[in-house]
Design a binder for this molecule. Structure first.
Ligand code: HEC
Ligand code: CU
Length: 355
């Protein structure tokens, strides 16, 4: 309870008010101090304990002194003139200068120590490039040559190093900020600059991620998910993704879906074996494995996917995908079914516990 309350206060301070609401986060238990999730969180908890301790000390001393003088020097009704006035007190002034300075230096020292510890690269960590775009996220497994957008699959217990950046040289984009709420702190995603953050996920589950730098009309709608799975499941995902080949559509709906996809969508979106697309739009190769649509906004179900295909700007303000109002309901269903048919078989990421 106390932990959840502190977590909520810190979330409020970070401006993650929306994410803290269970409805908004889709049932995720957001807890930035979750000690089981990562060593990163444990380190931050330790720091927070010191800061809260000092804050409590200052609070007790200041309010204590205030209560003391208010009571001690209160008006009794017997006064005939002003009480004796005091001007200056060297010992007191030195004390109230030195003590806060020491507190700030201790907090500084502890923070610097934690920062050095957490920023030290782990040799052999898996490298994932994170790219923020208005208003979605792209992930590239550099060691494996695999790209996936808006959802990141990670093995439990293995260090991963995020190389965080934004946009690319050819396409204008703005500053975003990358945060996996219950697992690891924040790094800005700045076009033309690469920042780093590292974590070893320790607990299997699906984690909620969010852009935490105001970046435009759909800043609040720029989310993502991280799926922490067993090593065995991760290996199956990587092998499946590496070997992936788009199958020829097997029934008339999928054939119709493919034809429409090639006409309307292929210029923007990459889909391995079908279209190359452009890096400035999400990769849809493993769309059938996704649990969300619209950059972590809605569950990946036909009732959200179909209206998205037809009119994404109507669902997400400022989105850089056009509406396709000319498509019939049948067309949209066919395209949705076609996208869902692209996936690594035998993997279901929808049952994981939500953090
Ligand atoms: C002009 C380029 C462009 C075209 C054409 C386009 N899209 Fe998109 N699409 C985007 C962008 C950009 C996004 C990311 C939107 C966001 O979340 O901010 C996107 C997002 C998506 C997503 C959600 C991806 C996710 O991971 O949540 C789907 C599904 C999708 N598009 C399907 C389609 C289909 C189907 C078509 C053709 C009918 C199409 N798109 C045509 C640019 C395009
Ligand atoms: Cu953003």
């Amino acid at each position: 309870m106390l932990q959840r309350s502190i977590s909520l206060i810190v979330l409020l301070m970070l401006g993650l008010v929306l994410a803290a609401e269970p409805g908004q986060a889709g049932g995720h238990t957001l807890n930035i101090l979750d000690r089981d999730a990562s060593a990163f969180n444990r380190e931050v908890r330790g720091l927070l304990a010191w800061v809260m301790g000092f804050a409590a000390l200052v609070f007790v001393v200041v309010t204590g002194a205030l209560v003391y003088v208010t009571v001690k020097f209160r008006r009794t009704g017997q006064e005939t003139s002003e009480p004796e006035q005091t001007h200056g007190n060297d010992r007191l002034e030195v004390a109230w200068t030195v003590i806060p300075t020491v507190i700030v230096l201790v907090i500084f020292g502890l923070t610097a120590q934690s920062m050095f510890k957490l920023d030290r690269p782990t040799p052999g960590a898996m490298v994932v490039e994170v790219r923020g775009w208005q208003f979605w996220w792209d992930f590239t497994y550099k060691d494996h040559g695999i790209r996936n957008s808006n959802e990141l699959i990670l093995p439990v217990g293995k260090p991963v190093r995020f190389e965080v950046t934004g946009g690319d040289g050819a396409n204008y984009d703005v500053i975003h900020s990358f945060r996996i709420t219950s697992m690891v702190g924040t790094r800005d995603a700045i076009p033309g600059v690469v920042t780093h953050i590292e974590v070893t996920p320790e607990k299997i589950g699906t984690y909620y991620g969010q852009c935490v730098e105001l970046c435009g009309a759909s800043h609040a709608n720029m989310r993502f998910r991280v799926k922490v799975v067993s090593q065995e499941e991760f290996d199956r995902w990587i092998e499946g993704a590496k070997a992936y080949q788009a199958a020829a559509p097997s029934d008339p709906t999928l054939v119709r879906g493919e034809t429409l996809y090639k006409q309307q969508c292929a210029a923007c979106h990459a889909l391995k074996g079908v279209s190359q697309g452009l890096p400035s739009n999400p990769d849809l190769t493993f769309f059938g494995n996704r649990t969300t649509v619209g950059a972590g906004m809605w569950p990946n179900k036909p009732e959200y996917l179909e209206p998205w295909i037809k009119n994404s700007p109507g669902m997400k303000p400022g989105v850089k995908m056009p509406a396709f109002l000319n498509l019939s309901d049948g067309d949209v269903k066919a395209i949705a079914a076609y996208l869902m048919s692209h996936k690594v078989d035998g993997l279901d990421f929808s049952k994981l516990e939500k953090f």
